[in-house]
Write a new protein. Structure first.
Length: 368
């Protein structure tokens, strides 16, 4: 008997945190027991096809959910043809659509996974979320979430769901002095330069426009400062133009999609995370493992605030308050040693074994 093959509904793959999490699990799970297939929207822009196929997975494209009739038809045919025992959907409130199709296709185990919540500044998206959230429990047989915070938001405080943490390879992110020297040399930053970093999709929810405003205030007083932003997204050109118009073209670096993000954290002095909302906050976890002082939005899940070097600053306090706190963290002058016990539950080796057990238990229960 071969491995259980789980169909992961990913939506549009664009190099975001959810894809990073699922790929981390895929690399570390026992693929002789559990295999992954990826069902993605046809307009996906960042797709690790070679790696997926090299690990034994398969990739299927379906029309984007915005074309709902075509999406449901193509997905239904795919699920029936491959007779999946488990479908695991990662598209938050939108999971109502693929899981309804999966129920009609006779898939015995249907998992809805909450990776996010809701925040201000996205009126149209929030209307859709609020319209779909009442149906979040209609079609899944089982529920999962990246945090208690995200799970309770989507499924309700009394709902039964399993927390599957956004796990990482902890050893890969720990502070490394040699890598720090290399990264700062590449950026032209000596040790007197304050390097502020941010990593994530360049979208409104990640709030990099606010970060640029805060950095402008910091740079006005400390002109050797540098802001590095890693990631792709629909707002990149707009934010590049914003930086140019503010006279910061040389001091705000857009790095695009970076293969080895662990090296980036080594070169930074302060990690800034001004998200409008987060179900968890993968990049913040990685930054803390690297020992980085972090200045963080008060709208991030408290479950990811794991070190004393994490400073929560309300977005309502404004860009000036963020600039002052970033500089205060830089002047502190030391990276915090990471305590292994604080991050142990996020270690990918242990977490992948738990995910494997989760799938096997669900499959066994469905066969009874």
């Amino acid at each position: 008997m071969g491995p259980i093959r789980v169909a992961h509904i990913m939506g549009k793959m664009a190099g975001g945190g959810v894809e990073t999490v699922i790929m981390n699990y895929y690399r570390h799970i026992d693929r002789d027991r559990v295999q992954f297939d990826f069902i993605i929207d046809s307009d996906s822009t960042v797709v690790p096809m070679e790696e997926i196929e090299g690990l034994g997975g398969r990739l299927f494209k379906v029309p984007p959910y915005q074309h709902l009739g075509k999406y449901q038809k193509a997905l239904g045919e795919l699920l029936v043809r491959n007779a999946y025992p488990i479908v695991h959907s990662h598209i938050n409130t939108l999971s109502v659509f693929p899981l309804r199709v999966a129920e009609k296709a006779g898939v015995p185990v249907r998992i809805a996974h909450s990776h996010a919540t809701m925040g201000k500044g996205e009126t149209k998206r929030n209307i859709i979320k609020m319209a779909l959230r009442p149906f979040a429990n209609a079609y899944p047989t089982d529920r999962a979430a990246c945090s208690r915070y995200a799970g309770e938001w989507l499924f309700g405080k009394k709902a039964d769901f399993t927390v599957i943490p956004n796990a990482v390879d902890i050893g890969r992110f720990r502070f490394d002095a040699a890598t720090r020297v290399k990264m700062r040399a590449a950026w032209g930053a000596d040790e007197s330069c304050c390097v502020v970093g941010n990593l994530g999709r360049i979208e409104r929810t990640k709030n990099q426009a606010f970060l640029i405003d805060a950095f402008a205030r910091l740079h006005a007083k400390h002109p050797k400062s540098l802001l590095v932003i890693a990631g792709c997204g629909s707002l990149r050109k707009e934010l590049e133009e914003k930086a140019r118009n503010m006279g910061l073209a040389d001091s705000v670096r857009f790095l695009g999609q970076v293969a080895d993000v662990s090296a980036l954290y080594q070169g930074m002095d302060v990690f800034a995370f001004p998200s409008l909302y987060e179900g968890f906050g993968m990049a913040l976890l990685e930054a803390q493992i690297a020992g980085l002082p972090s200045v963080v939005s008060n709208r991030v899940s408290p479950e990811v605030v794991l070190s004393d070097g994490c400073r929560l600053v309300p977005l309502e306090d404004g860009a000036g308050a963020w600039a002052r706190e970033i500089w205060a963290q830089f002047e502190g002058g030391k990276r915090e040693a990471t305590a292994s016990e604080a991050f142990e539950r996020f270690d990918i080796d242990g977490a992948s074994k738990k995910l494997e057990g989760f799938y096997l238990r669900l499959r066994e229960g469905a066969m009874r």
